[in-house]
Write a protein that binds this ligand. Structure first.
Ligand code: ASP
Length: 335
């Protein structure tokens, strides 16, 4: 099993010089957690040269992560990635798109309190994430997808969302059941686990950052929206709308969206709600979006939507038909 440490609270300590939590060298973790030695597994650890707070995560880190997994793919049965919680759902979503025909578990986890704290959730999260990554049935891994394990729940990575910054149950699986629950035993919900096609594993290592998330609110002005849509080089917008995908019916908004469509800028409609789905045309307040070429994001999370857009815009053959690629579920990220 390969554990990849990228940074985050799990391995942070309090630095009195800067009076805040900062990442530290995690290479000793396996020797400082004796319970890890009781697994009948070979655990190896690779750490980012400079571990980071995940608020500093960038597409270049996602590329480095998938390249590392690709290089080590044959050597290990599974991968556990230690990552800060702040952007974990973005990273898990991005790497899920960048890896095709993944046939092994890639389990992200982290903690709300550093490992060094007595009440830390790090120990349980790490130990159970390793156990999940090692779980096999009939000689094959049970989990063959990118997941987040946190506070007793295993979730599909590209369905997850950070919802809590102070409680231990930091993540929610949006619009999809948990893949497993860890109580006194780990109960897998096998019916909802992802089954990859039986094809060779491959990765994509390009991402296009010329994208934006525009969150609507009552009172948003034409000037602001126009300015955002006029961003130089812009190729795609995730439009966070109300309810089941609704937006103000002001003529200026329709004009901006039609103009964007003419310029080849793709717009994906994602709801601000954390449950339910976008249904363009259900209300009059979404028919103009449909008419303006806006694509329905159905029940995708914003985190999956923006990373999928970065992926689709950058990689062939998806970039040759961006609309169809965004409309179809690629790695179980939407229904
Ligand atoms: N700021 C931290 C990070 O995302 C928070 C955490 O790890 O929970 O790296």
């Amino acid at each position: 099993m390969l554990i990849i440490y990228t940074g985050g609270t799990m391995g942070m300590h309090y630095d009195p010089m800067v009076r805040s939590l900062v990442p530290f060298d995690f290479s000793d973790i396996i020797s400082t957690l004796p319970e890890l030695g009781r697994f009948n597994l070979t655990l190896e650890l690779i750490s980012f040269v400079k571990p980071i707070d995940s608020s500093n995560m960038k597409p270049s880190h996602w590329i480095a992560l998938v390249e590392l997994i690709y290089q080590q793919y044959q050597e290990y049965d599974g991968f556990v990635i230690l990552h800060g919680t702040d952007t974990m759902a973005y990273t898990a979503s991005a790497v899920s798109f960048m890896m095709e025909n993944l046939n092994k578990p890639v389990i992200f986890t982290g903690a709300q309190l550093p490992l060094s704290e007595v009440r830390s959730d790090a120990r349980e999260n790490l130990v159970t994430a390793i156990e999940i990554a090692a779980a096999r049935k009939n000689g094959k891994p049970i989990v063959k997808e990118v997941c987040i394990y946190f506070n007793h729940a295993l979730m599909r990575g590209n369905r997850s969302k950070k919802l809590q910054s102070s409680h231990f149950d930091a993540f929610l699986s949006e619009n999809y059941p948990n893949l497993a629950e860890a109580g006194i035993s780990i109960e897998f919900n096998e019916a909802v686990l992802y089954s990859p096609p039986d094809k060779p594993f491959r990765i994509y290592t390009k991402l296009d950052s010329n994208v934006l998330i525009v969150k609507l609110f009552p009172g948003i002005t034409k000037e602001v929206v126009e300015c955002l849509f006029n961003t130089s080089g812009l190729k795609g917008v995730v439009l966070e709308t109300f309810g089941s995908g609704n937006a103000p019916t002001d003529a200026w908004l329709e004009d901006i969206l039609k103009n964007a469509s003419k310029k080849g800028i793709v717009v994906l409609n994602v709801s601000q709600c954390i449950g339910g789905t976008v249904f363009q045309g259900r209300y009059d307040t979404s028919r103009h979006l449909e008419k303006s070429g806006v694509i329905s994001g159905k029940n995708i999370t914003t985190e999956a939507a923006i990373t999928k857009m970065m992926f689709v815009l950058a990689n062939k053959p998806f970039s040759e038909n961006v609309k169809a690629s965004l409309e179809d579920s690629m790695r179980g990220e939407m229904d």
